[in-house]
Design a protein around this ligand. Sequence first.
Ligand SMILES: O=C(O)CCC(=O)C(=O)O
Length: 373
Amino acid sequence: MGMAGRMAMARMMARCRGLLVVMEFMAHVRVSASSITGRDGEPAVRRIPRDAPGQLRVFPAEQRPPPSSAAVALPVIDLSAPRDEVRRAVLEAGKELGFFQVVNHGVPEQAVRDMEACCEEFFRLPAEDKAAFYSEDTDKPNRLFTSTTNGTGGERCWRDCLRLSCGFPVAADAKNAWPDNPDGLREAMERFIAPTRALGMELLRLLCEGVGLRPDYFEGDLSAGDVVVNVNHYPPCPDPVRTLGLPPHCDRNLITLLLQGSVAGLQVSYRGEWIRVQPVPGAFVVNFGHQLEIATNGLLKSVEHRAAANAAVPRTSVATFIMPTDDCLVAPAAELAAGGGGARYRAVTFREFMRVYKTVGARRESVEKAFKI
Ligand SMILES: O=C(O)CCC(=O)C(=O)O
């Protein structure tokens, strides 16, 4: 074969490879659902929705979205109130629920709006424009994937996710690793990350003051790992009663700041019930990850939450996770351990925590079992 022939062949193979990726991507978001089974192997769905993803996770009845919600709402805390008041409210909500919403939080409205708009636009792109970003390699810091590896036993939940990561401050090569389509996504992400991370650090300072740690306790390695953003996208689901967007899980990081958008879906575990979190325009939902629970010796807990699917409209949420560095040794703060009858968690590097977390899954009970003394 001559040079021109070899080049034509190379071009065709490259096109085929591209197509395979697209087909693989499509297979993950829309394939025939003939193999739907519950976790225990029982054929849980008898009438299969025509457009359901393959191996759709069908949750046992007791884990499905409840017909009614708990009669408790997450507190909405105005961060522009006097500091004493804010500190008290944040600590109270944090101790009681492990979750709260914040408004007047200092993250510019425009930064929030641009981030949400670019993320929604990303998921509206044709599959072939997103396919290059699709990967099932969980070690990749930036990727598009379907469902979650958390506690689904390989079955799929009704969620696509664009995960974007960076160190802080954001370096040029980190920014260049994010999708450049749609236009402006990289810039929106960069403008969003800085004030959102600053909000997380301010909440950590308030919590430190509240529990009696020095205000900068979480500055340094405990918060200097990658900032990870999960853009969760839940397309309308043909059978939302029998599956979930995300299964119950606790977060692995230090603190999480979630924009849940205008469509409800987040549910928070509270005394055996699920609180449906009502969207508050412009608010961040805040919750604690396992690293905060370990560092505060269990004073502030990482609480299980999940995302419901819905049949009517697509939903996009943006979760920002503040993480320790991989080598950071996370242990109960000495002053809290002393006051709390000794350390209740073993000291662990964040790398080792993540190794175990990936093995035991994200349910609260299994993580507790692995790290509680
Ligand atoms: O979409 C939501 O409301 C929840 C997202 C979430 O829990 C996560 O990204 O870990």
